[in-house]
Design a protein around this ligand. Structure first.
Ligand code: ADP
Length: 172
């Protein structure tokens, strides 16, 4: 039974920042479970099915990565697996306070669980799903920050006027 980490999040959508964390975690863990939160209250842009499909597509050729979804409390989901570690990424000090509270809460709910934080890479510290959505909605290019298939899904969601798409070089 190897070392398993659960990497939970909204992944709305998945970015190269997320992927980088998974790839680095695979150097430490035998298996990484990307656990996508099915939380409609957060009003995600992409449905849980869409987020699952994108992430599964991205990791389909990466051994030891499993993509799953969960509802409700993370600690309840983790209890159904043999993971002992929750993996989270940290970008800026502004992430710290929220993450510190969540990690402390999860530890009080399950004292056997620890949260491991990995620093973002310098290439992705400014990448968040939220800014990706904002930029994409306004017609800005997000290539290089999210995989091509996510770029395509964003274009479909935000269906820009043809003229703008041509200008962005999307309709060739
Ligand atoms: P949540 O809604 O749970 O914050 P996200 O999908 O936004 O879900 O993020 C999931 C995890 O990935 C969080 O720990 C977040 O800090 C981390 N993360 C997001 N973007 C990056 C990035 N560019 N570099 C490193 N970690 C990141």
């Amino acid at each position: 039974m190897g070392k398993v980490a659960i990497y939970p999040g909204s992944f709305d959508p998945i970015t190269y920042g997320h992927i980088d964390i998974v790839e680095r975690a695979l150097e430490i863990f035998d298996k990484v479970i990307v656990a996508i939160a099915d939380n409609a209250e957060k009003r995600p842009l992409f449905s849980i099915e869409e987020r699952l499909r994108m992430a599964r597509d991205i990791f389909k050729e990466t051994p030891h990565v499993i993509v799953d979804s969960f509802k409700g409390l993370l600690v309840d989901y983790v209890a159904k697996t043999n993971a002992k570690v929750i993996l989270r990424g940290l970008r800026a000090t502004s992430d710290f306070e929220y993450e510190f509270h969540m990690a402390s809460m999860n530890r009080s709910l399950n004292t056997h669980l620890d949260t491991l934080f990995m620093m973002t890479s310098k290439d992705y510290f400014f990448v968040s799903s939220r800014t990706i959505k904002e930029v994409a909605q306004l017609g800005g290019g997000v290539e290089g920050l999210v995989p091509d298939l996510v770029v395509r899904r964003l274009k479909e969601k935000f269906k820009l006027p043809i003229a703008k798409r041509k200008q962005m070089g999307w309709d060739d």
